[in-house]
Design a protein around this ligand. Sequence first.
Ligand code: F6R
Length: 248
Amino acid sequence: MDITVFPGANQLAAAVAERLAGHLCRARSLVLGLPTGRTPLGFYRNLVRIAREGRVDFSGATTFNLDEFLGLGPEEPGSYRQYMERHFFRFVNIDRRNIHFLDGSTPDPEGECARYERAIAEAGGIDVQILGIGSNGHIGFNEPADHLTARSHVVRLRPETRRANAALFAGDADRVPHQALSMGMATILHARTIVLMATGSEKAGCVSAMVEGPLTTRTPASFLQLHPDVHVMLDQAAARKLADQVRF
Ligand code: F6R
């Protein structure tokens, strides 16, 4: 794993956005895998700024988001689809036909997951997958468990994950759906390049388990050690439990 530690979250967000904008300048038709959550907010803010400065063009890009709550349609305020509209999609010139999402309102979750896998394959696979990490070590919504699932699937969210998403539901964790649809471990690991961002001291434990721990289904992110092109972008707080710190 290639690890970079930035002085703070703002520098990290700006650097990852500049790097992605650089990729897009070289290859306009990139296929991007995108996360939601608190961590990427600064990244999206910077990408929007770079787009306003006319230095990046999303018209040829295709996006696939990692996950969505089961039971929520794309128009629901708590949905990840609405998060992406609020923070990113509505500010950039992406062709809306190239925005892909798992549909949380589907009556057929398994069929919807199979459709998503086909859509990713038809797009030629994911070029750059951006990830956050849950403090329990999840990526996407692949939660710590005895077994992990390779492809997109229905997941039961753990209580800590529902609490972490309460902000999308007016701070009320009880309103966070119990289930979600998520890309699976292989869907993520088949991306050509993976960029994982983590900030804040509450991520220090899972970052150290991901980078330095054994491969274990109890820390799904540890499987990223198997991928040949992973870039881990940390602020100092998230890096503080790593034995060997790499400075920016
Ligand atoms: C969100 C996602 C999750 C988050 C993770 C960290 O689409 O896939 O894996 O990246 O839960 O969330 P934050 O950034 O809110 O700490």
